[in-house]
Design a protein around this ligand. Structure first.
Ligand SMILES: Cc1cc2nc3c(=O)[nH]c(=O)nc-3n(C[C@H](O)[C@H](O)[C@H](O)COP(=O)(O)OP(=O)(O)OC[C@H]3O[C@@H](n4cnc5c(N)ncnc54)[C@H](O)[C@@H]3O)c2cc1C
Length: 488
């Protein structure tokens, strides 16, 4: 949402067709019509409270609504040309440029010449395969099936209440869950299986939805039923030469936690400004190399967290007797309900994952000698230490009244001068001008923001991460700019 804010579309994402008053709790049950086991309560989008650490709140938006929004945003960029039904067949990195062979629907081929190529071509990436880059991790956690279906009655006519997700547990533990896609009538039932069982699940989608509902009283219509492989894989390298990988071509992860696309957005937020810098002539060779150094550890971190969430879901195994209509059955349901709620809670409390990632050891950062705090998936402690996402605070007073500090970043480097007595930055500004490096100074006197950022001078990169901070400018500002622009 913060990246979308920078692109000017977070408001559109909030205005999506997801029903605003639909409650987004997690509900655990035997079936929709069966026994209730537990609930992790969460409000609807309209009741979601702002958080202190970000100008945005988490939001629910299915890709079926998000993709057209991204398409509209991209179309507004005069430099971008979208070509549908066009397949990359192969490419050749010629050192100064890349020649890409594409085929169009009627089978004709064409060569597209480009300075750089980014393979955003998903988990089966042809770009990655042509580069000969392998993937490391777990290549088959399970083979799940996504059954997409329509049922207005499921949003209305039962007693489990609204839920972002309904989890189904029987004698063998968790066997599937239904996710709300729009809060009105669109749903996805996920059934984890194996390579052997998945085809059968695909073929019998109707009976699986019926099993989840546990009743014939909720009419539904199947839209599609598709198998997908749950994996935890990270590409051994995020590119070579003039060709890069981003998104699922670079990393795959279990959807438990909803981190896959979020991580891909983080990749392009990191790579985009670096490519622009090199194309505009102020970025040096270390800038592009830093993409992998910075992003690969985040992919490993996020895919590991996703598998952890999946394992937590599968950890409640002893469920025998859960369907019994007896006092003993009631006791099993109470025990399993409380076990699964506490096992899965971490999946939903992930501020640390989303806001606390940092680029430790990057060659384009100038460290300040402080030690990192722990990278806790659950808790986030704002930090302006180099490598961290520059913290959010609301600005009050002056021409920027009502903006977030995050709204200051995105187009070039920003030197924040914080507090009443921040030193002059003219030598750094001059050095930036000499090398055409986009640079602005923003003075903020608010003591609360100065305390949050800790030191009076903080240099923030175009992707909103801190590059350097100090009490005073370095003696040789050019040396600092060499590092942060990848020229050193
Ligand atoms: C059930 C499920 C639920 C999920 N839920 C979430 C969630 O809540 N939050 C989240 O952040 N992520 C979630 N994800 C993950 C998310 O869907 C992916 O991480 C994301 O779609 C990856 O985007 P991508 O653009 O990298 O790859 P893809 O979405 O796979 O897109 C790749 C594109 O490249 C095209 N392509 C492939 N080969 C070629 C070629 N040779 N030439 C031209 N085009 C080509 C494909 O047609 C496709 O359009 C979920 C995934 C699943 C399976």
């Amino acid at each position: 949402m913060e990246i979308f804010r920078r692109l000017g579309i977070s408001g559109h994402v909030r205005d999506t067709t997801f029903r605003r008053d639909y409650g987004l709790s997690m509900v655990y049950c035997t079936t929709i019509a069966g026994h209730f086991l537990g609930r992790i309560p969460y409000p609807s989008l309209q009741d979601e409270q702002p958080i202190e650490e970000s100008p945005e709140t988490k939001w629910r938006c299915s890709q079926i609504f998000l993709n057209p929004m991204l398409e509209e945003r991209v179309k507004a960029e005069p430099l971008i040309d979208i070509r549908y039904l066009t397949t990359l067949e192969s490419f050749e990195d010629l050192g100064t440029h890349v020649d890409v062979t594409v085929s169009v629907e009627d089978g004709t081929r064409e060569t597209v010449r480009t300075q750089f190529l980014i393979g955003c071509d998903g988990a089966g990436s042809r770009v990655r395969r042509q580069l000969g880059i392998g993937m490391t991790g777990r290549d088959q956690i399970d083979q799940s099936v996504a059954i997409f279906f329509k049922s207005a009655a499921l949003a209305r006519d039962h007693e489990k209440g609204d839920a972002d997700r309904y989890y189904f547990i029987d004698e063998n533990g968790w066997w599937g869950n239904i996710s709300a896609m729009d809060g009105y009538e669109l749903w996805r039932l996920t059934v984890p299986g194996t390579a052997e069982t998945a085809p059968d699940i695909v073929a019998n989608a109707r009976s699986w939805v019926r099993r989840a509902l546990g009743t014939d009283d909720l009419p539904f219509e199947i839209i599609s039923s598709l198998p997908w492989r749950r994996t935890e894989l990270t590409a051994d390298s995020f590119g070579r030469g003039r060709v890069f990988l981003a998104g699922d071509s670079a990393h795959t992860m279990s959807p438990t936690g909803g981190l896959g696309m979020n991580t891909g957005m983080g990749d392009v937020n990191n790579l985009g400004w670096k490519l622009a810098a090199v194309l505009k002539g102020w970025g040096g060779p270390a800038l592009l190399n830093s993409y992998e150094v910075e992003r690969r550890p985040i992919a490993v971190r996020n895919s590991g967290a996703s598998t952890h969430n999946y394992n937590q879901l599968k950890s409640v195994l002893d469920c025998s007797g859960i369907l019994d209509e007896t006092p003993e059955g009631d006791a099993v349901r109470a025990r399993v309900g409380s076990a699964i709620v506490s096992a899965t809670e971490t999946e939903w409390e992930t501020k640390g994952i989303h806001l606390g990632y940092r680029y430790e050891g990057s060659p384009i950062l100038s460290p300040d000698g402080t030690e990192p705090d722990s990278d806790d998936f659950r808790w986030y402690k704002p930090s302006a230490r180099p490598g961290h996402r520059a913290p959010h605070a609301w600005i009050s007073g002056g021409p920027r009244d009502g903006l977030s500090t995050l709204d200051l970043f995105g187009d070039g480097f920003v030197l924040l001068k914080l507090g009443e007595t921040a030193p002059d930055d003219e030598p750094l500004a001059k050095a930036a001008r000499r090398r055409n490096l986009p640079y602005r100074t923003v003075a903020l006197t608010d003591p609360h923001i100065a305390a949050l950022y800790e030191l009076p001078l903080v240099l923030v990169r175009p992707d909103g991460h801190v590059a350097w901070r100090g009490h005073a400018l370095p003696e040789t500002p050019d040396k600092l700019l060499d590092i942060v622009s990848g020229g050193a």
